[in-house]
Each structure stands twice: as structure tokens, then as C-alpha cells.
Write a protein that binds this ligand. Structure first.
Ligand code: FAD
Ligand code: SF4
Length: 362
């Protein structure tokens, strides 16, 4: 690891000014950033620790009924907040499906949003990677790419965004609050991450020095609490990133779907909101045919980026499965294997698997 300056500002203005210097980055829990630095993937001149910044570690109810999650709130604290899990169960389920208990205890909301891709070539300094070094090429294109993107990719980069947390947040119209030298601005989470296009090194709308201060869930997000699930398929039951995942939420009126929300993970360089699929479901009966049709629409623009053709059908199935689970109703408690398609069947939705110690499963 190279030598770098370490700064611990106590005001937002100081933090933003300190991080505007080229070669700087914010440090939250460091569970992603320090690995990248130790591996020589990222070389920084200056780390600006967000640990002493005021007000970033709070979850606040807003007067309009929304909820504000400070950027430094820890993943485990949020998932285990009973009020939060009751109001936004799919978000809690997604959080508990990510990483291990130890990592969730440290990792923060802001760090999860801004964690880097898990493309193996990005982490290997000897490989060509346009994201690490613009113009270098992309070894993943002709390499081991069975886990890479099927939606929104370009010839420059076929990586995926690894976050679980961000998938239900995108479905719920979450908003990112950003502090910069020019003051505060807000960006919908759906447009916060950038698709690779010609510039895969630009991963989000953040300008140099801009700090994420909070994520906000709008008041209407709670209306999906009774029918909300996050389903994640991973290569082993614990401690692995999603091959594909889906957050599905329904607002029911009698036997009809009044409004649906669907977002996919593991398929693109951002959490993928499937708005056309949502439109197919509005006013429909919640049956297998409607869910399969919506899943087909969600993946209509998909194309394989190499060895990953299987992910297209897999994503369709996970989307339909998540919708069926959501239709069956949010379980009272999060399943013992959160977010695993093996943990619950839509045909046997109640009672759900016991949850004692669920959070301790990595
Ligand atoms: C073994 C392992 C398994 C994992 N499995 C999963 C998984 O299954 N699902 C999943 O979702 N995640 C998984 N993760 C990723 C983990 O969730 C992230 O490492 C974590 O969320 C990053 O949070 P952090 O607070 O440690 O961020 P840091 O590592 O401190 O920072 C990450 C990035 O965010 C930037 N940053 C941090 N805070 C801010 C801010 N407020 N404003 C602007 N920029 C900021 C940093 O500069 C850095 O670029 C795994 C990680 C590991 C090591
Ligand atoms: S897919 Fe993206 S991150 Fe991976 S090697 Fe290619 S350019 Fe780099």
C-alpha cells in the first residue's frame, strides 16, 4: 500500500473541501476501500474519514411520513431496527442477505451504495480493465464472465453492481442526499449509478469531493409493506454476492394488483428498475401467468455478454419467483436464510421458516 494522508474532519464543509483534492476518497468502514488499497487496485493520496461527521449516524422519521437513513448508519443496525423492518421488509431482507454478520456490523449505508464492482479482472492489477485504467481494454469481455452483466452493458465494461441493499431501495424510489461545495442536492437512486457507456470509470453522478449524507425513503414506500420480498440467488448459501436477485413489491386492492414494484440485482452496473414490467402488473390478478409475463418484459432488453446467457432465464425465474412470494405476503419474520429462493416456497408461505439467530447467518 502506498503512503497517504488520513484526515478526520468534524464538519461537512471541512470534509467536502478535504475530499475535493485529487487523489482523495471518503473512508467509511473501509470494508471495500481498504481491500482495494491493500491490493494496489486503488492508489490514493488522502483518506477523509466520515466517522466524526455530525448527524450521519441517525435514522430519522420525517414529518411527511418518509424516512431518512444517515450515510454512516450500519447495515446491521438498520436491518435489525424492528420499526424499519416492519415498514420496509424487503430492504431489511436484502441487508441481511449481504456479506457476513461481521461485515454487516461494520459496513455503512453510504459505503454499500458506493462499493465497487466485484469483477475479478478489476481486482487483478495485472489484467486490462477500462474501469481501473481508461482505454486499457477489458479482459472480462473475452474472459471468465459468467457472472457479468446482461443489461445496460457496453463494449467498454460488462461488470455488475454488487449491492443487495440498493435493489429494493431502487424499487422504492429512494433518493440520495448529496453534500458538495455548492451545497446540498438530491438525486433519485435509480439515476445515481451510471451505466458504463464509453466511460466505465465514472460510476455515479458524484462530482469530486461530493459526500453522500443520507438516503431517503418517500412516505409512499410503506404502502408495499404487506407484500414485499427480496430474493437472491448465490453460488453458496452464505457469504456470497448475488448471481441474480430481485426485489418485488405489490400494493393490493382486494384480489387485484393496484401497483407493483420490481428491481433486479446482479444483472447490470446499477440496480435495475423494471418499470415496463411494473406497468404490465398494474390492474392484473396476482397469478403465475402475470408474473411470468412481467418477468419476460423485465428481461426483454437483455443480451448475454459472454458465458452468461443462463443469467437471462435465471433472472426471469427469480423475478417471477419474487413476485409470487410477495403476492403470498410478507412473512412476519425474516426467514432463517434471508433472501434465498430455497428458504420459502410461494405455495407454503405461512408459516415461514423459524428465524432464531437469522441475522447470524452470513
Ligand atoms: C467478503 C465480502 C462479502 C460481501 N458480500 C456482500 C453481499 O453479498 N452483498 C452486498 O451488498 N455487499 C457485500 N459486500 C460488500 C460490503 O457490503 C461493502 O464492502 C460495504 O457495504 C462497504 O461499506 P463501507 O462502509 O465499509 O464502505 P468503504 O469501504 O469505507 O467505502 C466504499 C466506497 O464508498 C465510498 N464512500 C463511503 N461512504 C461514502 C459517503 N458517505 N459519501 C461518498 N462516498 C462514500 C468510499 O470512498 C469507497 O469508494 C461484501 C464485502 C466483503 C468484503
Ligand atoms: S468488466 Fe469492467 S470492471 Fe471488469 S475488466 Fe472489464 S472494464 Fe474492468
Amino acid at each position: 500500500m502506498n503512503r497517504f494522508d488520513y484526515i478526520r474532519p468534524t464538519t461537512l464543509a471541512e470534509a467536502v473541501a478535504a475530499a475535493a483534492v485529487p487523489g482523495s476518497a471518503f473512508l467509511a468502514a473501509g470494508t471495500n476501500l481498504l481491500d482495494l488499497m491493500k491490493g494496489g487496485v486503488v492508489r490514493l493520496e488522502r483518506l477523509v474519514d466520515v466517522g466524526r461527521l455530525p448527524g450521519l449516524d441517525r435514522v430519522e422519521a420525517l414529518p411527511d411520513g418518509g424516512l431518512r437513513i444517515g450515510a454512516r448508519v450500519r447495515n446491521a443496525d438498520l436491518a435489525h431496527d424492528p420499526d424499519f423492518a416492519r415498514r420496509f421488509p424487503a430492504v431489511a431482507e436484502a441487508l441481511l442477505s449481504g456479506a457476513s454478520a461481521q461485515l454487516r456490523n461494520a459496513a455503512t449505508a453510504g459505503g454499500n451504495l458506493l462499493q465497487r464492482t466485484r469483477c475479478a479482472y478489476f481486482y487483478d492489477a495485472a489484467s486490462a480493465c477500462n474501469k481501473r485504467e481508461p482505454g486499457a481494454g477489458c479482459d472480462a469481455l473475452g474472459g471468465e464472465n459468467r457472472l457479468h452483466a446482461v443489461l445496460g452493458w457496453s463494449e467498454r465494461c460488462i461488470a455488475t453492481h454488487p449491492s443487495d441493499f440498493c435493489v429494493p431501495l431502487a424499487a422504492l424510489d429512494a433518493v440520495v442526499e448529496i453534500e458538495g461545495a455548492a451545497g446540498r442536492r438530491e438525486v433519485p437512486l435509480e439515476t445515481f449509478h451510471l451505466l458504463p457507456g464509453e466511460t466505465p470509470e465514472r460510476e455515479s453522478v458524484l462530482a469530486p469531493g461530493e459526500l453522500v449524507v443520507a438516503l431517503r425513503l418517500p412516505a409512499g414506500a410503506e404502502a408495499f409493506a404487506a407484500h414485499a420480498r427480496y430474493v437472491k440467488l448465490r453460488e453458496r448459501t452464505s457469504y456470497a454476492f448475488a448471481v441474480v436477485s430481485a426485489a418485488a413489491m405489490l400494493r393490493m386492492e382486494g384480489d387485484t394488483i393496484a401497483e407493483a414494484r420490481l428491481a433486479l440485482g446482479g444483472v447490470a452496473l446499477k440496480p435495475w428498475r423494471a418499470r415496463e414490467a411494473e406497468a404490465v402488473l398494474a390492474g392484473a390478478r396476482p397469478d403465475a401467468a402475470a408474473f411470468r409475463r412481467a418477468a419476460e418484459v423485465a428481461l426483454e432488453g437483455a443480451r448475454p455478454s459472454g458465458e452468461n446467457r443462463f443469467k437471462i432465464e435465471l433472472a426471469r425465474r427469480i423475478a417471477a419467483r419474487a413476485l409470487a412470494l410477495a403476492a403470498a405476503g410478507t412473512p412476519e419474520r425474516i426467514p432463517a436464510l434471508p433472501a434465498s429462493p430455497l428458504a420459502a416456497s410461494p405455495l407454503a408461505a405461512s408459516p415461514m421458516a423459524p428465524v432464531a439467530g437469522a441475522s447470524l447467518h452470513g
